[in-house]
Design a protein around this ligand. Structure first.
Ligand SMILES: [Zn+2]
Length: 305
């Protein structure tokens, strides 16, 4: 069963600008004792002071973009300990108990950053932890989707829902119904696509939750930079894998919008071998790179494929 994240998973840093909260108009007009109209400041709550969960960590609150963060820029440590629940939070609830039908990992053409749980359309999907709904909207890939920012620093994604039961800005407790399961967006067959992310970086949900028992594996999850590089950053891993096989990798666009991959010439390479391995022709490579079939290629040279 396939389902995809939002079509473009690129990070869009600098989302502080997008903070959509507006300053409440707190000025009111009152009559003073001597009958003169004067403006006074009343004690209405300032919406800028709404405490978004984990705001010190994220600094932005974007209700439109699914993943506006830049993990690499913001994650400066080698590891972080994430306290999943504490006495002030209501604990953990599995979003849905059902058969896992697709796991975290690379699919044929794209990464799968979540796990898929089989369900029937209309069955209730619950918030995993306490927090506040950041996003509740439709995306082409995710379909009807809820993203919750939690007090523990994580964000969770609930996708392909048939109905949204919460709205952006709403406080939820662990176990609150956030939507009904469905088959919206890029989805074949009704299921829940569930993701766990930290600063935008997806984590394999099975490293956090025992889905069979419906409980947390540990209450303190340690996210290591090393694990991100070797386990969770699926695009980077896929590129590395292709590179090791001597295949061009990446997905780049030239000025004319044509896509290409890149290939770094290795010792002992020649054009016909590179072309054969990457299922293209010597002529096509020459044309794309402005070289001749007789051009001598030094190891390390970058070619467009
Ligand atoms: Zn999925």
């Amino acid at each position: 069963m396939s389902s995809f994240g939002v079509p473009d998973d690129k990070n869009k840093p600098g989302d502080d600008k997008k903070d959509k909260t507006k300053k409440a108009d707190t000025s009111t007009v009152a009559l003073s004792a001597n009958g003169v109209l004067e403006e006074t400041e009343t004690e209405l709550p300032d919406t800028l002071e709404i405490s978004f969960p984990s705001h010190d960590l994220y600094t932005s609150w974007d209700t439109e973009t699914a993943h506006p963060y830049n993990f690499k820029e913001n994650f400066k440590n080698d590891s972080v300990e994430i306290q999943l629940t504490n006495e002030y939070d209501c604990g953990f609830t599995p979003p849905f108990c059902g058969q896992l039908t697709s796991l975290y990992g690379w699919r044929k053409y794209r990464p799968h950053y979540g796990i898929d749980i089989d369900l029937e359309t209309g069955e209730g999907v619950r918030a995993a932890f306490d927090g506040m709904v950041r996003v509740a909207r439709y995306y082409k890939g995710y379909g009807n989707c809820v993203i919750i920012r939690h007090n523990n620093g994580l964000e969770t994604v609930y996708a392909h829902l048939s109905k949204l039961l919460v709205e952006s800005g709403q406080q939820v407790e662990s176990g609150t119904f956030v939507g009904l399961g469905g088959n919206t967006g890029h989805s074949r067959g009704s299921h829940l696509h569930f993701e766990i992310r930290y600063l935008g970086q997806a984590i394999d949900a099975q490293d956090v939750i025992d889905f069979e028992k419906g409980e947390l594996l540990t209450n303190t999850f340690v996210l290591r930079k090393n694990d991100v590089e070797n386990k969770y950053d699926l695009r980077a891993l896929h590129s590395r894998y292709r590179k090791d096989l001597g295949l061009a990798y990446g997905n780049y666009k030239d000025k004319n919008g044509k896509t290409y991959k890149i290939y770094y010439v290795r010792k002992g390479d020649n054009l016909s071998r590179i072309a054969k391995r990457n299922r293209t022709t010597v002529n096509a490579i020459c044309k794309k790179n402005g070289i001749k079939p007789t051009t001598i290629l030094k190891p390390g040279r970058k070619l467009k494929i």
